[in-house]
Design a protein around this ligand. Structure first.
Ligand code: BGP
Length: 458
């Protein structure tokens, strides 16, 4: 069967500043944490050892061209642009991003820009990070500066990438700095992130820029073990906490009443100001980026909650390991392709079918050198992963879902948060020692698919 996509479908990939650029003055929480606890990072490889996009941006953009990308998302590093988060703008950073943006446009690759992809300037974290409303204001100023500097040539902006992840990692589950475990502080961080998002949207609208503004959310469809009301209730709570906590404010302009009531009943609500509601209502977006890697399967709890233990989302559900699930064993994530379709249908039926695109989807695999044939990684598994997801996405589009594109994570194998270079995701293999780039089989497959705006599959 031939899977053909709508005209002007966005084909591309995503990356982020901290994971690719290297060579930076402004310190982020990652640099700080790595200097103190290198043991937390796979093989002790930290955020300064990246795929050197700062040096190789021009030739890397040639590679994007070779992959027939018509669009590409990366992020601006707040700490590179404004090293202390709030003060002077670094002119070298302005030059760098200008060159990258201009070159992308010249090559016919539409730049999609994220303003915050997990990389908090350390100076901002020192004053409390997202727990402090001054940081919200500093972010809004940074966003405004970006719009003024680059808004004439960047027409697709994203305020945040996966804003729930720093909440989970930094304030609940101990996989990002500052390694706090405290639900109320997590809720405050999430709430202030929504306020920061809304302030940036407000600034963008006030500037009457030519483009559009959105956010990138990692949506994890929550599937109950069974239709037993206890399992369904558990899945609903997981959905409220991990999806709707951001999805509702950015698409509906308000929080789900059930989530507010739940947090209130456990005294976990963040401090709100009366005017916040108006700001949040102004934060409605033009375009939603959906990152999809894995579903979330849940069941009702098997045991009673320990009242002495910290309050956690898991007070309301247990993870459910569905027998026969397909796993990516390297990352430990389930692969469930219909999830991409379920997300799109949910957006269509419950959120007014917003303009959206798949902004990340991908498969990290360890030790890919074992698949080298004639000097090239033959990553057939990745081609299958992509084509199966694309088939479900195609079904969604044919049923009226407003999905405008598909971006893979990622372009060139890059540094990943705590996993460093353990799992490789790229269309292009990176030799860490020499920085040599070699296109994988999946890169060739994607390049042909983008060129034809279609692919064939049995
Ligand atoms: C997403 C992030 C990316 C990227 C990707 C792969 O959550 O937006 O930055 O890292 O996941 O995940 P990981 O690197 O943790 O394997």
């Amino acid at each position: 069967m031939k899977y053909a996509f709508p005209d002007n479908f966005w084909w591309g990939s995503a990356s982020s500043a901290l994971q690719t650029e290297g060579a930076r003055e402004g310190e982020t929480t990652w640099d700080y944490w790595f200097a103190r606890e290198p043991n937390r990072f796979h093989n002790g490889v930290g955020p300064q050892q990246t795929s050197t996009f700062y040096q190789h941006w021009k030739t890397d953009i040639q590679l994007l061209k070779q992959l027939n990308h018509n669009s590409f998302r990366t992020s601006i590093s707040w700490a590179r642009l404004i090293p202390d988060g709030i003060g002077e703008v670094n002119p070298e950073a302005v030059d760098f991003y200008n060159q990258v943006i201009d070159e992308l446009n010249e090559q016919g690759i539409t730049p999609f820009m994220t303003l915050f992809h997990f990389d908090m300037p350390m100076a901002m974290q020192e004053i409390g990070g997202w727990e402090n409303r001054d940081v919200v204001d500093a972010y809004a100023r940074y966003a405004q500066i970006c719009f003024e500097l680059f808004g004439d040539r960047v027409l697709h902006w994203f305020t945040f990438n996966e804003p729930i992840v720093p909440v989970e990692g930094g304030y609940l589950y101990d996989f990002h700095y500052p390694n706090v475990v405290d639900f109320k502080r997590a809720a405050t961080v999430a709430y202030h992130t929504v306020l920061a998002h809304a302030q940036a949207v407000r600034a963008y609208r006030a500037g009457h820029y030519a483009g559009e503004i959105g956010i990138v959310l990692n949506l994890t469809p929550s599937y109950p073990r069974s239709q037993n009301p206890a399992d369904v209730k558990a899945a609903n709570v997981a959905d409220l906490m991990f999806n709707r906590s951001f999805l509702d404010p950015v698409l509906r302009g308000e929080y789900p009443a059930d989530l507010v009531a739940l947090l209130k009943s456990y005294d976990q609500l963040p401090a709100c100001k009366p005017e916040d509601g108006f700001l949040i209502a102004e934060g409605k977006i033009d375009l939603l980026g959906v990152n999809y890697y894995q579903p979330r399967r849940v069941k009702c709890r098997d045991s009673a909650v320990n009242p002495q233990a910290p309050f956690m989302p898991e007070w309301f559900f247990d993870s459910y390991e569905m027998p026969g699930r397909k796993m990516n064993p390297y990352r430990g994530w389930e692969i469930y392709e219909p999830g991409i379709y379920d997300i799109l249908v949910n957006l269509r039926d419950n959120y007014g079918n917003p303009r959206c695109f798949i902004s990340e989807n991908g498969m990290g695999v360890e030790n890919e050198q074992r698949f080298i044939e004639n000097g090239q990684i033959n990553d057939q598994y990745r081609i299958e992963f992509i084509s199966e997801h694309l088939a479900w996405l195609h079904k969604g589009i044919s049923e009226g879902c407003n999905c405008l594109g598909y971006h893979m994570w990622t372009f060139i194998d890059n540094w990943s948060w705590c996993n460093a270079y353990k799992n490789r995701y790229g269309f292009i293999q990176l030799d860490l020692a020499t920085q040599k780039r070699t296109i994988k089989k999946s890169g060739e497959w994607f390049s042909a698919t983008a060129l034809n705006n279609s692919f064939d599959r049995e």
